[in-house]
Design a binder for this molecule. Structure first.
Ligand code: SME
Length: 146
């Protein structure tokens, strides 16, 4: 199965998990679990905007940093730019926050509501170059449902 086919197979499952559930934490928790299980990522989770920081939300994987300032790290950069950031090699990203030394590539997708970033979806991989336009496309689609 290609990555695209795997995402296409997951979309109906994710849509049914989140539709009808009014609590954002519950939606985030199941989406993190589904993505993490399906792709075997190293870390899959959410940070929510709380004032001028991102605060750790539902996730799957090892213990992570709990607070990330605006504009800091890959997550804070995606928040500041209000756009997805794909990092093929985190060691070459200036300001990357290493919650885990095992992480080598990363994608961060902002969740937008009325033009405002309310949270970010952060996924880390132990491999280099894991994320591309296919991940960006499908994860942005999923982020609209959360
Ligand atoms: N690497 C992220 C921090 C969060 S952890 O990866 C879970 C960053 O640079 O923003």
């Amino acid at each position: 199965m290609t990555k695209q086919e795997r995402y296409e197979a997951l979309l109906p499952q994710i849509e049914s998990l989140v539709s009808g559930e009014p609590d954002v934490i519950a939606r985030m928790a199941n989406v993190a679990a589904v993505l993490h299980e399906a792709f075997g990522f190293w870390w899959t989770g959410f940070y929510r905007v709380q004032g001028n920081e991102l605060v750790l939300g539902p996730f799957q994987g090892p213990v992570a940093c709990t607070r990330i300032p605006f504009g800091r790290g890959v997550c804070g950069t995606a928040w500041q730019r209000a756009e997805t950031v794909v990092v093929p090699n985190v060691h070459e990203f200036a300001g990357h926050i290493a919650c885990s030394s095992a992480s080598n590539s990363e994608i961060v997708v902002p969740l937008l509501r009325a033009g405002e970033v309310t949270a970010v979806l952060d996924i880390d991989s132990k491999d280099f170059n894991t994320f591309d336009e296919t991940d960006k496309h499908f994860l942005e689609q999923i982020s609209i449902w959360i």
